[in-house]
Structure formats: structure tokens, C-alpha cells
Ligand binder design. Structure first.
Ligand code: NAG
Ligand code: NAG
Ligand code: NAG
Length: 404
């Protein structure tokens, strides 16, 4: 079937290649006209790839249209650079295969690479069909396990917009942003069960000027996570939960990582998450810096660890004792309110040899929603200031030397 489809695509591209664009409108490439089959079974990867390549090689604005319907899709890599601007409009549901062969040595399901000015939109859905894969997942106990495919990977994508899309049941992370600049995610919906392993919502690394706005993320692992080289990341009007919250790290676990700086999270809500706002680093000898993080106007509802800096991160519980060499500084928590489901609403477990500097707690009102309160905070090697209301009472070590 797919050989007929790909023949179709190439053949029709040839026939249609003489048709010129009308006026200044978009050139529309409807995948149905090139042999796509929306029966939920037939693999469409070759057709989509072929249509994308054609759109990518055309000048002007080129729209790849995937109409309503369910499309089986084996892993695809859509690669630029493109001559014009490509808008990829998914109105239907794309379904990932469950065959084991589709996950072996493939780190993506749908990947876009080296594209400037990509628009990915349409109101459609990416269904990673993760359930079967999660059942055999061993990465939580086996450090040599093979990672499963990420549903949507953006590598080296710039000046682009991803909006009005949903992702459900990814096998690994839902979305991964690597080496990208100026990319905005807007009106994204991410859904996977609370206990699905390693299903980060949006994972960012080696990228700058990434915005995540007006989105709802409910998944098994981190809502949004930032790794090495994340710079100027803006998260606004995002609802997380249940999941593990917004996380910087883990960092300091390996050599040669880049700094993480310039994160702003504003006007966002955490509901029933394991963590709210978290920075986590390994207690290993690799140095790195995390600075200029601002968390402002945040509501917590029933969150286990609303505010947490953990510099002894050790998920497999067999780490050597040591001090983290990651320097954390200039971190502001402003107007953080709501409920904690554990008594310790704020925990700063900072490195002894590189204490956290310039932590600002400003108008915090977190209450414990269980029995046997009151709510407390825990500080270890944390310096900074507390301003305004402090519930729980701040335990930060007041340091004047860095007042700003
Ligand atoms: C702090 O980060 C924000 C982005 O979150 C950026 O706009 C600002 O310039 C940074 N400030 C400093 C002093 O680097
Ligand atoms: C505090 O944050 C909440 C939630 O975002 C917001 O509604 C409220 O206006 C903020 N208060 C101030 C004084 O900014
Ligand atoms: C702090 O939060 C509690 C519970 O949400 C609320 O009853 C109280 O009024 C708040 N305090 C202030 C000063 O806003």
C-alpha cells in the first residue's frame, strides 16, 4: 500500500509541478491528493515526507494540509532548510505504531529539523500510543535502558510557532526542543496518565527564547523541564498537573554542561503535582551555573513540594556522598499562594561548597491542607532575602552582601 502511495505522491508532484500559484495566496498541499490513506492502519510516513519535501522546496508560503481523519504514521523526519515558509496543518489524528520495530534505535516519532519559520498548527492530535511501550519500560531501574521515541522533536528550528495541537500518550517525552531559537508554543494540550514513565510534557535543552503560553499539561513526568543550555525561557498561563511540575535539571550529573539562565514562569497553576517549582542537581563534581530564574503569581493546589531546590538529586538511590558543584543564584519566588499536601512547603537543600545565593522569597502564602500542621520550610546553605508575607516562615539565611 505504501509503495503505491509514495508512487502516487511523486507522480502527482510531477504532474502538478507546472501549476503556478494564484496571486499571493498560500500554495496548498493536501496530503489526500497525494495518496494519504486515513484508515488508521495504512502507514502514511512516505507520503507525508514526500509532500513535506515538495512544500519545503517551493518558494513562498506553503501549506501542508492533513484533513480530519486518523492516519497511521511510522517515524518521520521532516528536514529543511526550506526555500519558503512551511505551514504544517494537522486537523486529523496522527497515530504512532505500537510495533516494537518502530521504537528500536529511533529517538523520535515526528521530527522537524533545520527549519526556519515553521508553523505547526491545525487543532489536531498526536497519539503516541504509549501504553504498550510503558509496560516494558525499564529506565527507572536500568541506567542502560534504551530511550523510547519522543512524539514531537524540534531540532535546530528557529522563529517558529507551534500552536493549537494536542499530544496524548507519548512513549517518552511528548515534545523535545533542541538547539532551537525563538519558538513559541501556544494553546498546547498534553495528556498522559499520571503513572506513565518518563513522559515529560515539553523538554528544552541548548535553546533560547522559547515561549510556552496558554497551555494545559497533564502527564507522568515533568510538566516542563529545562536542561543544559536553556536560556531565556518564558512560561506563562500554563496549567500543570498532575505531573512532576516545572523543573530545572537535573544538572551537574555529567561533564561539560552549559548554564541555564533567564527562566520566567508567571501566572501559572499547579494542581496535584509532585513538585511545583523545582531545581535539581546531582551531588557530583561537575560545575555549572543556574541563575536568573523568576517565578511569579503562581497558584499551588494540593502540591507535594511547591517550592524545592534539591542539590542532592539521586533518583536511583545509590549515589556517592558529595557536594554539588552547580552554583544556583538569583532565584525569585514572588506571590506564590495555595496549598501544600506535605508539611514542608519550601525546601532549599543547597550545596555546602556552592551555597545558593540571592534567593528571594516575596509574598508567599502556602498552607498545609492535611492534619497536624503548621506548614514549615527547610533550608540548608540557602542565602538571600525574604520580603512581605512569609507562610511558611522563611528559613533563608539573610545575606546583605547581595541585596539588589
Ligand atoms: C533575566 O531573564 C530574563 C528572561 O527570563 C531576561 O529578559 C533578563 O534580561 C535577564 N536578566 C539578566 C540580568 O540577565
Ligand atoms: C498573585 O497571583 C495571583 C495568581 O496569579 C493573581 O491573581 C494576583 O493578582 C497576584 N497578586 C498580586 C498582588 O500581583
Ligand atoms: C493565605 O492563604 C489562606 C488560605 O488560602 C487564606 O485564608 C489567607 O487569607 C491568606 N492570607 C493572606 C494574607 O492572603
Amino acid at each position: 500500500m505504501s509503495s503505491i502511495s509514495i508512487f502516487h505522491c511523486v507522480y502527482l508532484m510531477f504532474l502538478l509541478s507546472s501549476i503556478s500559484k494564484v496571486g499571493y495566496g498560500k500554495m496548498v498541499f493536501n496530503v489526500m491528493n497525494y495518496g494519504a490513506v486515513a484508515d488508521g492502519n495504512t502507514d502514511n510516513s512516505k507520503v507525508f515526507e514526500c509532500v513535506f519535501n515538495k512544500a519545503c522546496q517551493s518558494e513562498g508560503i506553503n501549506l501542508v494540509l492533513i484533513p480530519r481523519g486518523t492516519y497511521m504514521l511510522w517515524p518521520i523526519m521532516l528536514k529543511g532548510p526550506c526555500k519558503g515558509q512551511v505551514e504544517f496543518q494537522i486537523k486529523g489524528t496522527l497515530k504512532a505504531p505500537t510495533d516494537k520495530a518502530s521504537t528500536v534505535n529511533v529517538y523520535y516519532w515526528i521530527a522537524f529539523q533545520y527549519i526556519d519559520q515553521l508553523i505547526l498548527t491545525g487543532g489536531g492530535k498526536l497519539d503516541g500510543q504509549g501504553l504498550a511501550a510503558w509496560n516494558v519500560y525499564t529506565c527507572n531501574v536500568d541506567p542502560n535502558c534504551k530511550a523510547l521515541p519522543i512524539s514531537l522533536r524540534l531540532d535546530f528550528v528557529t522563529n517558529s510557532r507551534i500552536n493549537h495541537l494536542s499530544s496524548i500518550n507519548s512513549k517518552s517525552a511528548h515534545m523535545n526542543v533542541f538547539a532551537c531559537e525563538h519558538v513559541t508554543f501556544d494553546y498546547i494540550r498534553i495528556i498522559a496518565p499520571k503513572d506513565s514513565p518518563n513522559t515529560d510534557g515539553i523538554h528544552i535543552g541548548s535553546s533560547s527564547n522559547i515561549d510556552i503560553l496558554n497551555s494545559i499539561i497533564s502527564t507522568g513526568d515533568d510538566c516542563v523541564s529545562l536542561s543544559s543550555g536553556s536560556k531565556d525561557i518564558n512560561i506563562q498561563d500554563v496549567k500543570c498537573g498532575p505531573d512532576h511540575g516545572i523543573s530545572v535539571g537535573s544538572l551537574g550529573g555529567v561533564r561539560n554542561e552549559e548554564d541555564v539562565s533567564g527562566l520566567t514562569v508567571t501566572h501559572s497553576t499547579f494542581i496535584g503535582t509532585e513538585n511545583g517549582l523545582r531545581v535539581k542537581t546531582w551531588a557530583r563534581p561537575y560545575s555549572n551555573n543556574v541563575f536568573n530564574l523568576t517565578f511569579e503569581n503562581i497558584i499551588m493546589e494540593n502540591v507535594d513540594n511547591p517550592i524545592i531546590i534539591d542539590q542532592q538529586y539521586c533518583p536511583l538511590r545509590n549515589c556517592k556522598k558529595g557536594d554539588s558543584q552547580v552554583q544556583i543564584r538569583d532565584v525569585k519566588f514572588r506571590n506564590i499562594t495555595g496549598t501544600s499536601s506535605s508539611k514542608i512547603a519550601i525546601a532549599f537543600d543547597c550545596s555546602k561548597s556552592k551555597p545558593c545565593e540571592n534567593i528571594e522569597l516575596n509574598n508567599i502564602n502556602l498552607t498545609y491542607n492535611g492534619a497536624g500542621g503548621p506548614v514549615t520550610s527547610l533550608c540548608s546553605n540557602a542565602k538571600g532575602i525574604a520580603i512581605g508575607q512569609q507562610q511558611p516562615p522563611s528559613c533563608i539565611y539573610r545575606s546583605l552582601q547581595h541585596l539588589y
